[in-house]
Unconditional design. Sequence first.
Length: 133
Amino acid sequence: MRTRIAFSLFGVTLTALVLGQGRSITHQPRVVNLEMHSNRYQPVLNGPPESAGMESGMVTLEKNESVGKHQTKEYEELLIVLQGEGRMIIAGQPPLSFRSPAAVYCPPRTEHDVQNAGNAPLRYVYVAAKTAE
């Protein structure tokens, strides 16, 4: 069974194809209001039971701040950059520089860090989904 799930964020609809295993998805559509203030982290979805497995949150980094090195494990990650400029530092690769509006992709099993590279706050929403690999 294949099911399409759509997640709408700031007028952009992200669609994921979920391979079912004999179970029906009973998760309900919802709106999560994002607070555009300077809190460093605001959860959006925390995985089951809120979603079938997708996790997401809004991150705000001040000048020279970073989230710190972390590993994506079996998750792929998409950053939707709402404000500011930054760079993704990926182990063994040149940094990926970006400026809003932008989307930045990080593959599974990748150590990385996200840093604010500008003078204004960097604000982005990350969406992480477990891969079938």
